[in-house]
Design a protein. Sequence first.
Length: 147
Amino acid sequence: MSTSGLRSALTALVLSGLAGLGTAGAGLAGETPSPEGAKVYFIAPQDGATLGSPVTVTFGLTGMGVAPAGVEKANTGHHHLIVDAPLPPLDAPIASDEHYRHFGGGQTETTLELAPGRHTLQLILGDWSHIPFDPPLVSEQITITVE
């Protein structure tokens, strides 16, 4: 098993052990509610853009706040960027690897080194424990071309 796979498995194991401990398990199985009208989206780049690498990606969020992973505060979460991959399972912690990038420090922008070619990008907001909200806050998937 890879290091990231092991890390994801251990995170899931620890979180499953917290499920019966009152609010400590509130974020499990997509149980953290997202506020009505909340939305995650890309500020940049725009869908269909042709860019050079590195690519600066800026995340947008309305109707909620951003807080670092591990901070359990109502109506806040942190960004995860999906690069060239499908949505992850919506009832488990989001994996962390080259396709599922975590911004658990509360970051709202990143710079990516991407190989030339077409790439898909999508955002998903995770709660304090990296689990998608209910309902999930997912951006439109955009496609960019790197020259």
